[in-house]
Design a protein around this ligand. Structure first.
Ligand code: SAH
Length: 267
């Protein structure tokens, strides 16, 4: 049975407050499963299964699929739709409220078309509670995907640096808005995040530091740094970064190095 028929059968009206734009295409879930590199051994966590269009594809290819759905009105539909799959585990709970640490040792794979309004908190939660996750393939708003992937310039932001300190970012699929019901005004993109472990564990203080460096994006790095750090000249000089550089033109690598020096000089 198709998703539209399931929605009719259970008389579901979609809710804006939960960011409900459901996939209305079998082709996109198929592409996601294929391009993500999903295997039979993978232990999948899905955020927001909705009516299960993507879930169905994941269940065919993975060892287990743990799906977190906040909207209780979708639960009977999902249970019915996947009653023949014994690898389907459904949680009727707010994903942001659930402690994921128990999944870490399974090296979970995240695959989801996520609720776009909570994209940043979802990433933060994945990275901090399951740092040993294998990879994450997420459908996000196109602009969000561009910010995550940017390596300099106007889209480059603390978000880009936050993600890239943990992961390599790859764009997998462009998804035009015509693939959803109701059809949203925005386009989407599927990205893959794979942890690289280049920088070991980064702490919250690093991200506070980055946020402060970006607090006045149009100003130079020196101007931003000197607001909270007495050694701005010395740090920039040591790393051979011109004081006139804008924060959006400094690499992830250099932010890590700047923070190391900052920590040493301000213990
Ligand atoms: N993956 C489905 C639905 C995407 S819409 C599809 O592609 O068709 C986003 C889904 O996330 C909705 O089902 C919504 O109810 C659910 N959702 C929103 N906020 C959530 C949260 N905090 N925790 C779990 N699910 C959430």
């Amino acid at each position: 049975m198709k998703t539209s028929e399931w929605l009719k059968k259970y008389d579901i009206t979609l809710k804006k407050k939960f960011g409900q734009n459901f996939l209305n295409s079998n082709n996109i879930p198929l592409k996601i499963a294929e391009k993500s590199g999903l295997t039979k051994n993978d232990y999948v966590i899905e955020i927001g299964p909705g009516a299960g269009t993507l879930t169905e594809e994941l269940l065919k290819s993975a060892e287990a699929v743990h799906s977190f759905e906040i909207d209780y009105t979708l639960i009977p539909l999902l249970k019915d739709r996947f009653k023949d799959y014994n690898n389907f585990i459904l949680y009727n709970i707010d994903f942001l409220e659930y402690n994921l640490s128990e999944f870490n040792e399974k090296h979970p794979v995240y695959i989801a078309n996520i609720p776009y309004n909570i994209s940043s908190p979802i990433l933060e939660k994945i990275f901090t509670e399951t740092p040993d996750f294998k990879y994450a393939v997420l459908m996000v708003q196109k602009e969000f995907g561009e910010r995550v992937a940017a390596i300099s310039g106007k889209d480059y932001s603390p978000l880009s640096i936050f993600v890239q300190t943990y992961c390599n970012v790859k764009k997998l699929i462009d998804v035009p808005s015509s693939n959803f019901i109701p059809q949203p005004k925005i386009d989407s993109v599927v990205i893959k995040l794979e942890p690289h472990n280049l920088y070991g564990k980064t702490d919250k203080k690093f991200f506070d530091f980055v946020h402060r460096c970006f607090s006045q994006r149009r100003k130079t790095i020196k101007n931003n740094l000197k607001n909270f750090c007495g050694n701005s000249d010395e740090i920039l000089d040591k790393l051979e970064i011109s004081p006139m550089t804008r924060p959006e033109n400094i690499s992830v690598d250099n932010y890590i190095k700047m923070f190391d020096l900052y920590k040493k000089m301000n213990p």
